[in-house]
Ligand binder design. Structure first.
Ligand code: ADP
Length: 627
């Protein structure tokens, strides 16, 4: 995958200065294992300097670990030797030198530990921040269809849980794995110098531990994967539960919802227990193997000493025993870090799933459209959704002049939203062309093009900020006059006066503190402050009551002046003033004309209108009855 595919969203200025750009770490290698190894080798390559520096500092930091057993053995040998030769000044001097060396190494441990952590921590935190930002950029560059298909909870799990796992994996590698390898090498060198026979014995630790690792490898990998998949499922379920709370509560479905979440929580619980059991089993076996080997080594050294073989002294038994403990604990720490390493590789896999998704819009290098008039042309457009066979837009052609207001009506599933998504550039036609001001949309930078479009969806999406922040979302520059103008146009001033802090009132999460009509008018103001050349109103009034609809409709009629406007509407009375009405049926435009023309024609639109009126009357009658 090229860098442009994943980083199609420009880096923010501050991020570029402080956080490395790691989008290129991910590649499209089809072989999963090779992909993970390449990812890791790239991470090591870019961090090679701090890694080597931290390992070098570790040599000083770990000096007491080697020097204490060596000096202790030397002191014991000196003391046991002095029993036959007598205590001389040379004996005291030797003991004094050993103590001084140990003390020096211990004191040196403080600055070297602090320095090594500083170097390692900076590298780890930067790497993690770089990958997190790569994920954020990727999420922003993925198509709207990807986001619709992928559950938010799963994405959150990747961002939070998998990134945490990856962090502890890197940390294990830098603060554990590599250090244990160094410890092992140093001890083996010391052992070989001291006594070749015993060092051969030390080498036994490795094959035993490798055998143990192999016996558990597949199981640990499988339980880790199982746990991750279940945790992602739980996260997705939890997010959907939170989104559904208003519906759940209003239908009294709390216990059903608790039950269905409980299922996913139980799955995580069960797979977690399985994972813990496997890891505990593995840890216990590695403890047994290493301690049995340790007892065998002690016995071997005792036999050598008693028989006077290889110059083995009492102090050397202590030295070898302590070295054995250190080596076996380094080997078992290495082997024990395997589950964390598998979990880390699994996290790489999971994050790569998202990073390697090719469902991105390729905009870099395409010409931008600094200004547009707003002419739109559909030429023989067909569309079918990926992984389906059926055309949902069939041979559709349309010529829209700049500033024209087009209403799109038709039964549910007739293709209205698909058509609108093609105008926004979210869905490229399967065949045929969509042109903006005569330019094929496939050849322009769509992200830039969308700066000229505003969409008011059926359900306004507000975040938990003030009304002003919601209206000016994403705008770095706007004038107070612009703001006042759109407040007026969107009919917001009418309810602003009643709010405690006016435009600075916090709207609550998803705008819950406002009515549907008020939220929708904020949505309209947000659309208008951008002064878009193309305005899309996608069922903007469908979810509103009559009074709210009246206010929003008023806001809409002033907003559409001078812009190319597309209105998708269920209530046909709301599109009376459209320049042209398109009637969609099964992905085809079956009728088009002005309101009056279509009514006079007594065709599909007329039928729809009658059906609409009847439904409205029935609803009104039912409401009256209820009242
Ligand atoms: P409308 O907006 O008129 O209700 P849509 O444009 O949403 O209609 O849908 C047109 C057709 O496309 C429907 O048959 C619908 O089931 C299908 N459709 C919509 N979205 C998808 C999708 N993401 N994947 C597959 N089919 C889809």
């Amino acid at each position: 995958m090229s860098k442009s595919d994943v980083a199609d969203v420009p880096l923010g200025k501050t991020q570029k200065e402080t956080i490395p750009d790691y989008d290129w770490l991910f590649n499209e290698d089809s072989d999963r294992d090779r992909k993970k190894s390449r990812f890791l080798s790239k991470i090591i390559k870019i961090n090679i300097k701090p890694i080597l520096l931290s390992l070098f500092i570790y040599l000083f930091q770990s000096l007491p670990v080697y020097m204490i057993p060596l000096c202790t053995a030397d002191i014991i040998n000196t003391v046991t030797g002095s029993i036959s030769t007598g205590v001389t000044d040379a004996v005291w001097l030797r003991i004094g030198i050993n103590v001084a060396i140990v003390l020096f190494c211990i004191i040196l441990n403080v600055p070297s530990t602090v320095l090594r952590w500083k170097v390692a921590s900076k590298m780890l935190r930067r790497t993690s921040a770089g990958i997190r930002m790569a994920l954020v950029r990727k999420l922003q560059s993925l198509s709207i269809t990807y986001h619709k298909d992928m559950q938010t909870g799963k994405i959150q799990a990747k961002f939070l849980r998998d990134m945490d796992t990856l962090d502890s994996f890197f940390s294990t590698m830098i603060h554990g794995f590599l250090l244990h390898v160094i410890t092992l090498i140093i001890y083996v060198v010391i052992a070989v110098i001291k006594n070749g026979w015993v060092s051969l014995f030390f080498l036994l630790i490795v094959p035993f531990n490798v055998l143990l690792r192999n016996a558990f490898y597949k199981k640990i990998r499988a339980v880790n994967r199982d746990y991750r998949v279940n945790a992602e499922g739980m996260s997705a379920k939890l997010t959907s539960m939170m989104e559904m709370i208003p519906v759940t509560k209003s239908h009294g479905l709390e216990s059903e919802e608790i039950y269905s979440v409980q299922n996913t929580v139980q799955k995580v619980e069960k797979s977690g227990i399985k994972m813990d059991k496997t890891i505990a089993n593995f840890g216990a076996w590695s403890f047994v193997v290493n301690n049995v080997l340790s007892i065998m080594c002690l016995t071997f050294c005792a036999v050598l000493c008693l028989n006077g073989v290889g110059g083995m002294q009492v102090g050397d038994i202590v030295l070898f025993q302590s070295m054995f403990t250190q080596i076996s604990s380094a080997v078992s720490a290495l082997v024990n870090s395997m589950p964390q390493i598998y979990a880390g590789r699994e996290a790489v896999d999971s994050i790569s799933e998202l990073m390697n998704s090719s469902d991105v819009e390729r905009n870099i290098g395409k010409p931008t459209v600094p200004t547009i008039k707003g002419e739109i042309q559909f030429n023989n457009v067909n569309y079918k959704y990926p992984n389906t066979d059926q055309l949902v837009i069939k041979d559709f052609s349309l010529d829209v002049k700049a500033g024209e207001c087009i209403a799109v009506v038709g039964p549910s599933g007739s293709g209205k939203s698909t058509l609108i998504n093609m105008i926004i550039g979210f869905l490229p036609p399967t065949s045929g062309t969509v042109k903006i001001d005569g330019k094929d949309m496939s050849g322009i930078n769509l992200s830039e093009y969308r700066h000229h479009i505003s969409v008011v969806p059926q359900n306004s999406i507000l975040f938990s900020g003030t009304i002003k922040e919601n209206i000016t979302y994403g705008l770095s520059h706007y004038s107070e006059q612009d703001l006042e103008k759109v407040l007026e146009m969107a009919n917001i001033n009418e309810f602003l006066a009643e709010l405690p802090q006016g435009i600075n009132t916090v709207v609550g999460e998803h705008g819950d503190k406002l009515s549907g009509g008020q939220r929708q008018r904020i949505s309209i103001a947000r659309a208008l402050i951008r002064n878009p050349q193309i305005l899309i109103l996608d069922e903007a009034t469908s979810a509103l009551d009559n009074i709210s609809e009246y206010h929003v409709q008023k806001a809409i009629s002033t907003s559409i002046q001078g812009r190319t406007t597309f209105i998708v509407a269920h209530r046909l009375s709301t599109i009376r003033n459209a320049d042209r009405i398109l009637v969609m049926e099964n992905g085809e435009c079956v009728e088009s004309g002005t309101y009056e023309e279509l009514i006079a024609k007594k065709g599909k639109f007329f039928e729809l209108k009658n059906l609409n009126d009847m439904t409205s009357k029935k609803v009104e009658a039912d409401m009256d009855k209820l009242a």
